[in-house]
Design a protein around this ligand. Sequence first.
Ligand code: PGA
Length: 262
Amino acid sequence: MTTPRPALVVGNWKMNGLLKDGLDRANLLAGRLGRAGRVPFELVICPPATLLWPIAEAIRGSPLLLGAQDCHAEPAGAHTGDVSAAMLADAGCRFVIVGHSERRAAHREGDDRAKAKAESAIRHGLTVILCVGEGSAERERGETFARVERQIATCLPAAASAVNTVIAYEPVWAIGSGRTPRPAEIEEVHGRLRAFAGSRLRDAAAPRVLYGGSVRRDNARDILSLAGIDGVLVGGASLDADEFWAIAEASIRRGERAGGTA
Ligand code: PGA
């Protein structure tokens, strides 16, 4: 049996965290990761933009990875209030979340904008975490696959590959609600997404597919042990370093079960 890819455990802090609070959380995670030695997961934190530089400095040399929550599609220019992918790379980011449903809803960002952002992120050496997911009305109408496949078909730029792009399946109704799809549903959507996205990536390889939406300490092990789950995108629960660490540790058993090494 081949060793599975390390699980990708991503914390999206959203608009939360002042300097001391953010540095404490990042230092705690970096310290634990350093003491843990070799682990079968990659840990990424996505703080708000104001904390990227100080956190990058604080975790320099640590395996803890840094990501951002959004980027503009242009590298620079007259875009008041925005941050470009070039700036994020300059600040030490390795990842950027693109197309999150909160950006889509609150900033009216459509698939075309997500594609342009993903394109710019890849051009500047970042790994894109592309969020897709259906709303509750689409789910009730049985349109989940149609929705997420359309998002993938429209949002993936030509340069996207399984190396520079990760897909995060986040049902909009599950985000921050405490509700999650049934395990079989998550497995089915992930299987289809991986095959569909893989056929559209330039290397035609299977991308990593994360699950996001109300992941907590108490459901992480069940979710991470589902077939075809390559990791999780965690919002609220990533604001508590102990809980986020417990979620990451839940992936260790997944690695052991699949024949990997911890
Ligand atoms: P949640 O958010 O874990 O708080 O549901 C997930 C997300 O928005 O990425």
